[in-house]
Ligand binder design. Structure first.
Ligand code: ADP
Ligand code: MG
Length: 221
């Protein structure tokens, strides 16, 4: 589903944010990527999302070499993916509902269907009662849950999440992980970056360890 071949990335010389990463993520896999701050987790996700072009290497997502996809067709790739960014990237001038709905609006989903699916997604993260508020009226943890609802509202084939439970209390973090697991059981391929050992211990199946941009270990439990 996601194949990486000898991915190298450098933002600024001489340091390499990623060094020679080769990976084969199969359809339906549930992966954790872990490692200390600065080890390259976010860089790896941004490359898979095709937000960032690596300095070297190739990636095949769902059978397509994603660097050969022209910019104006990236939306086709992205509509198969959901992503929770570490910094959420919510639209602060739009209400919670619209923040989640935007994913479906660009796909031309009918209005009523959008209302239904946004409500379901927000209910999953227990935020349906705040649908008409603005992100600035929400706590940090609630904003994070809006970002999670937005990532899953489209039933993506691939779900990427960058420290998605970083600001949530442990109970809610477990709920969110269970939700990701459910989505995974329905067939989605999931990759989650986290340094929460407790979550990995509880939910870990396949774990990649990054250190200074290198893939130093892979555990299959
Ligand atoms: P992690 O998510 O594991 O904390 P990152 O992928 O964010 O790691 O960062 C990997 C390395 O790349 C770090 O050394 C970081 O300082 C550097 N880096 C990340 N983003 C940028 C950027 N936009 N410009 C320059 N250096 C960056
Ligand atoms: Mg990061």
């Amino acid at each position: 589903m996601i194949e990486l071949y000898h991915i190298w990335h450098q933002y600024q010389p001489p340091k390499w944010a990623l060094s020679d990463i080769t990976l084969d993520v199969k359809k339906g896999d549930f992966y954790f990527v872990t490692g200390p701050s600065g080890s390259g987790k976010t860089t790896l996700l941004r490359i898979i999302f095709r937000e960032l072009l690596p300095t070297q290497g190739q990636i095949v997502v769902d059978g397509r070499n994603i660097f050969r996809i022209p910019d104006h067709k990236i939306y086709k790739l992205r509509r198969t993916m959901g992503i929770v960014f570490q910094d959420f990237r919510l639209l602060f001038h739009k209400r919670v509902f619209e923040n989640v709905a935007v994913v479906l609006q660009v796909l031309g989903v009918p209005h009523r269907e959008i209302r239904r699916r946004v409500f379901i997604a927000l209910r999953m993260v227990n935020l349906h009662h705040k649908m008409w508020e603005y992100p600035s009226q929400l706590s940090y943890g609630e904003q994070q849950r809006v970002a999670i609802a937005r990532a899953v509202v489209n039933n993506p084939k691939i779900l990427l999440a960058d420290e998605p439970t970083g600001n949530l209390d442990p109970e809610l973090a477990f709920e969110i992980m269970s939700l990701f697991r459910e989505i995974n059981k329905k067939g989605a391929t999931v990759i989650i970056c986290t340094h929460d050992r407790e979550l990995i211990r509880h939910f870990g199946e396949k774990i990649l360890f990054l250190f200074k941009g290198k893939l130093i270990r892979k555990e299959i439990l």
